[in-house]
Design a protein around this ligand. Structure first.
Ligand code: HSE
Length: 442
């Protein structure tokens, strides 16, 4: 019988993800040994409090509050980083890699913020850095891009890559679930969904949103994931600081309802496209046509949709968070590290440098205004848009209380032109209530 190799492993963190990994290793120990010829022996686990009660049966003597017990132990060849946050996690990952240990991390913030430093450290030391669990939990999209799509030039990628915001926006869209576009009655027809604040409250009650939801609702979490995905897809570093990001906090039930009437679902969409020798990468609330598969990704689920020149369209769909789905990706990466002998796993991520970012992109725009209800106002606003080269594809106006709710959907227009035009619309004409990107050509 083939002998079983033991990989001596250290954990950094035993929160939801660390505990989920511990449980999954326990559950699958026999199968992994039989199928892969590998056994993971966890020697030390870094925790904040060794006395805390936990719902996993980790032997007390292996718990430690000293990171050096993991990072400086020469027996430990594989480190599972599940601390979260940028620091000290990034520093611990770097130290583990320098000392030749392989690392599996679920930490997109540490990775996206310190990408070049960590990848270079892995290259120099020859150790492996794996991070499938950091991007969309259980969905094997990192490995798909790096190990299954190498023959492709990936042209564009769209993702619903934050479950919390997708849950909130799905709740706000709940009255329309399973329906096509709502019929228009000239103004807003039908009922509106719940407010952002109520949907966030419900997400927090269910444990889907953090008590401080900033990283999710302002798009920071999705931006980290997009930086990593776009870097791998375009094989050049797409730095986090080069990404445009806008969160979902200004989305109102009125926007959701109007969007529905126009045939769109609202999503916090991560968008990355090649544009000549540049890349545009952005995260923002987006109207997606109801006919597109991304429009049906609801609740806390994630999806990544991409287009490669040879493979055509591909969509990956599933659970992007949660202890068991994330542990599924962690254990898969641990096995990948073991298969590679814990050496050289970073070679798939070698890049050609940092890419130039296109920041003046072209999109369609939904513009919602409260116009002053007086002669010539509509003409003046349309004139301003026209003078800036922003062409109107559709327009709707209703009336009430001296103010006229006014909606424009533009043809493809340049971001800088739209900004300049909106900058010229002052209070004597209208208040700008919201501007939302419309992604038609997915
Ligand atoms: N908070 C993230 C989400 C999960 O809501 O998708 C971890 O990235």
């Amino acid at each position: 019988m083939e002998s079983i190799r033991t990989i001596t492993t250290g954990f950094l963190g035993l929160g939801n993800i660390g505990a989920g990994v511990w449980r999954l290793i326990e559950q699958t120990r026999g199968e992994i040994a039989a199928r892969e010829g590998v056994r993971f022996s966890v020697k030390r686990v870094l925790v904040r409090d060794t006395l805390k009660r936990r719902d996993v049966s980790v032997p007390k003597p292996i718990l430690t509050t000293d990171a050096d017990d993991v990072l400086s132990d020469p027996d430990i060849t594989l480190v599972v980083e599940a601390l979260g946050g940028e620091q000290p996690a990034a520093d611990y990952i770097r130290r583990a890699l320098i000392s030749g240990k392989s690392v599996v991390t679920a930490n997109k913030l540490a990775l996206a913020t310190h990408w070049q430093e960590l990848l270079e450290t892995a290259c120099v030391s020859g150790s492996c850095l794996y991070f499938e669990p950091g991007v969309c939990g259980a969905i094997p999209v990192i490995r798909a891009i790096t190990d299954s799509l190498q023959a492709n030039t990936i042209e564009r990628l769209y993702g619903i890559i934050n479950g919390t915001t997708n849950y909130i926006l799905s709740q706000m869209s709940a009255p329309y679930a399973g329906q096509g576009p709502a019929p228009s009655a000239g103004g807003l027809s039908g009922q509106c969904g719940v407010s952002y604040a109520d949907a966030l409250f419900e997400a927090q009650r269910l444990g889907l949103a953090e008590p401080d939801p900033t990283a999710d609702v302002e798009g920071g979490d999705a931006a980290c994931k997009l930086s990593i995905l776009a870097t791998l897809a375009f094989r050049a570093h797409v730095p986090l600081e080069g990404l445009f990001r806008r969160g979902i906090t200004t989305i109102t039930p009125v926007d959701v309802a109007y969007g529905r009437e126009l045939g769109y679902a609202i999503k916090l969409l991560a968008v990355a496209k090649r544009v000549g020798d540049k890349v545009e990468a952005r995260v923002h609330p987006t109207f997606v046509p109801l006919s597109h598969p991304l429009a049906s990704v609801n609740g806390s689920l994630n999806a990544v949709y991409l287009y490669g020149h040879a493979c055509g369209e591909l969509m990956f769909y599933g659970r992007g968070a949660g202890d068991a789905p994330t542990a599924s990706a962690v254990v898969s990466d641990m096995i990948a590290a073991a298969r590679s002998g814990c050496r050289g796993g970073e070679r798939a991520y070698r890049m050609t440098g940092t890419v130039a970012m296109e920041t003046d992109w072209v999109s369609r725009y939904f513009i919602r205004l409260q116009a002053v209800d007086q002669p010539g106002v509509l003409g003046a606003i349309a004139g301003i848009l026209g003078r800036h080269g922003v062409s109107i594809a559709s327009m709707r106006q209703t009336t009430g209380d001296g103010r006229a709710p006014l909606l424009f959907v533009t043809h493809m227009a340049r971001e800088s032109d739209v900004r300049s035009a909106l900058g010229e619309i002052d209070e004597s004409l209208a208040a700008i209530e919201n501007v939302i990107y419309v992604e038609e050509g997915i």
